[in-house]
Design a protein around this ligand. Structure first.
Ligand code: FEO
Length: 175
């Protein structure tokens, strides 16, 4: 059902840019999963395949939101992600940096919504604000494991096992 509420051009652009960011994140995690799989980190591969699926659900949430307001979402072409990594630790660090950039973009949209008194988008974004806290914490926790368990083969193996237990299907169904 189409709503009569209109998005400002600025908010429309920001939401479409976010579709691009979430799509890039999905592709980036897919590339990471693939690298982990061929490198022999099966737990990490499972983790990042699931993470990639999760990012796709984020992208779809925004696509559905834009479409529900009668603003047809732009499905973007994205830059190819890096397909090789020096180590699992570097890969996780890259993932955390990705999430920090996504958080910044979400917060920027919240500020636009506040300024424009766009209450509908403000409420819509609340889920993303909370999600980003969880996402950053997840990756910070994994990074901490390298100090706790070590960076030798045994340590990495333990981290890979930990990632296998953390690999889950998207927790939140697409709204
Ligand atoms: Fe959808 Fe991990 O940001």
């Amino acid at each position: 059902m189409l709503s009569i509420m209109k998005l400002s051009p600025k908010m429309k652009k920001a939401l479409n840019d976010q579709v691009t960011l979430e799509t890039s994140a999905a592709n980036s995690y897919l590339a990471m999963a693939s690298w982990c799989e061929v490198t022999g980190y099966q737990g990490a591969a499972d983790y990042f395949y699931a993470q990639s699926d999760e990012e796709r659900t984020h992208m779809l949430k925004i696509v559905h939101y834009l479409n529900s307001l009668g603003t047809i979402a732009t499905i973007p072409a994205t830059k190819a992600p890096s397909s090789s990594y020096k180590s699992l630790e570097m890969l996780i660090n890259t993932a955390l940096k990705n999430e920090q950039a996504v958080t910044k973009a979400i917060h920027n949209m919240v500020e636009i919504a506040q300024k424009e008194k766009d209450h509908s988008t403000y409420v819509f974004l609340e889920w993303f604000v909370n999600e980003q806290v969880q996402e950053e914490t997840k990756f910070e926790t994994i990074i901490q494991k390298f100090d706790l368990l070590g960076r030798d083969k045994l340590g990495i193996n333990e981290i890979d096992k930990f990632l296998a237990t953390e690999a889950t299907a998207p927790a939140d169904p697409v709204a």
